[in-house]
Every structure is written in C-alpha cells, then in structure tokens.
Design a protein around this ligand. Structure first.
Ligand code: HEM
Length: 255
C-alpha cells in the first residue's frame, strides 16, 4: 500500500479507535478492532437504507409499502442517491482498512476448488492455509468493490439525466439493476454466514472478539499467527477433552 495512504489509514484507525473499547475475555482473540466495526456498521446502515429506498423506487408494488419510511415518494427519490453515496464513502475507507487481508492469493484459489466441502460442512475444521478471511469472504468483498464502481458510474447519469443524455441513462438503468441483483444475493448469503451459519461469528462484528475455538476452526492460519500455537493440536486436544467422561471428583464451583 502507498505510504501516504497507509499513514492516513493508521491515523483514522487510532482516532476512531480511541472512542471505543474491545473487551477480551479469557480464551478469546481480538478479531475486529473498533475502527473496523464502526466502518462495517456504517456501511451496513447506508447500504440497507439505499437498498430499501432503491426497492421503493424500482417496484410499483413495493412503492406504497416502503416510501412512507422515507417521507413519501419524492423524498425517497431525493434521499436514495445520498444514502448510496454514504455507503460508497464508508466502504472506500473499509477498502483501505482491509486491502491487505483481502488480497487474493493462490490459497484462495485452492479454497475455491474445495468450496463444495465448505458448503456441505464435510470437514469439522477449515484447511490449515485459511488465513484471516477465506476465499468466499474475499470474493464477497471484491464483488462489493466492483458493484460500488458500477453503482457510481451508472448512478450519476440517472441522477443527472439532462447532463448525460438518454442513451447513457438507459444503459445506466440496466447496469444499476445488475449490480443491485449481485449485491442482494451476496448480502443474503453474507447475512446467513455472519449469523446463523456459524455460531460465534456475529460477536466478531459486535464485541470485536471471537473464541479461540472459533479461530482454529474457521481461520487456522490466522490462529497460528495470532497465538503462535498449532491449530490442529489445539483442536484435537479440545475434541479429546469434550469426549472424555466428566471427572466426578472435579470441583464444578471453580469453573
Ligand atoms: C446487516 C447485517 C449484517 C450482518 C449481521 C453482518 C455480519 C458480519 C460479520 C459477523 C462479519 C465478520 C465475519 C468474520 O470476522 O469472519 C462481517 C464481515 C463483513 N461484512 Fe458484514 N454484516 C452485515 C451487513 C453487511 C453489509 C450491508 C455489507 C456490505 C454491503 C457487509 C460487508 C461485510 C464484509 C465485506 C465483511 C468481510 C468479509 C466477510 O466476512 O464476508 N456486511 N459481517
């Protein structure tokens, strides 16, 4: 990353980070610091506002249900591009923040080749090479980057049709709808992956921490870097502990 951008990102991280705290309990690791969480939820809020106002404008069927949320039809049209700009601006900061861990590597290509076993939960733990983000998470991130660019390029002609002319606006409508579809599908999968699919993931973006068990299960290479310990050994030890019958002489009041 360029030195000036890196310094800017570091300063933003420290300044915003000073407004919050991350409490780390025993057996937990810090996953997302305050700055990352603030950016993530700002992106999410603006994205959902843009999505709902966009749906209201797009579909006559949803128009009646959704426009009252934004003070009526005309204000929904007025607010939609501003919500979208909010989403793009906060996401641009997240791109700087996550550029390094989101860089695509040969390990991600390997991960994509075995995606079926991830989806079907064939293995109890992820392959040893999976680092801070897996290939699927990176794919989602870069799909958002591409969609945000398409949203911007197609959205401005739709916002200022007189300046850009009929043909550009018409092409803009098609590209805008394709990008929205990609984002919607990605968002639904992300929502499931970030909540119901993997217990313990949601707290990574709320409290900022994850349990060690979660880290060695889903991101073994990151676990190794963060703790200096072998993820497989720790997984095996935890598995043996949980399959051992409880010791009747052990004092439970100390746990
Ligand atoms: C509103 C509901 C949402 C929930 C519950 C949610 C949950 C999460 C969680 C728990 C993580 C951390 C995953 C990890 O550490 O491994 C995460 C990461 C992330 N979120 Fe969200 N998120 C939401 C909305 C969004 C939106 C609207 C966007 C962007 C349009 C977004 C983009 C991302 C990206 C790019 C990551 C990193 C890659 C990934 O984990 O997929 N999120 N989210």
């Amino acid at each position: 990353m360029n030195g000036a951008i890196e310094r800017f990102d570091d300063r933003a991280r420290r300044r915003v980070g000073a407004y919050g705290r991350t409490m780390v309990r025993e057996n937990e690791l810090v996953r997302h610091p305050v700055y990352t969480r603030v950016l993530h939820w700002s992106v999410a809020i603006f994205f959902i506002l843009a999505l709902l106002s966009g749906f209201a404008i797009y579909s006559p069927w949803l128009y009646r249900a959704l426009t009252p949320l934004f003070g009526g039809g005309p204000t929904t049209r007025l607010l939609h591009p501003w919500f979208s700009l909010g989403f793009v601006i906060f996401f641009a900061f997240q791109i700087l923040n996550w550029l390094e861990p989101m860089t695509w590597t040969s390990d991600d290509r390997r991960w994509m080749k075995q995606v079926k076993s991830y989806v079907t939960n064939k293995e109890p733990v992820e392959p040893e090479y999976v680092d801070f983000f897996n290939g699927g998470q990176k794919l989602y991130f870069w799909a958002i980057v591409a969609s945000a660019v398409v949203f911007l390029l197609s959205g401005f002609p739709m916002w200022f049709p007189k300046t850009f002319g009929r043909i550009t606006v018409d092409i803009g409508y098609v590209l805008h709808d394709i990008a929205a579809l990609v984002m919607l599908v990605g968002f639904i999968v992300h929502l499931y992956e970030g909540t119901g699919a993997q217990p313990g993931t949601f707290q990574a973006m709320t409290r900022g921490t994850v349990e060690r068990r979660w880290a060695w299960t889903h991101h073994p290479a990151w676990y190794r870097r963060a703790t200096g310990r072998d993820p497989r050994t720790d997984y095996e030890q935890a598995r043996q502990r949980s399959s051992r019958p409880p010791d009747p002489t052990a004092r439970t009041d100390l746990k």
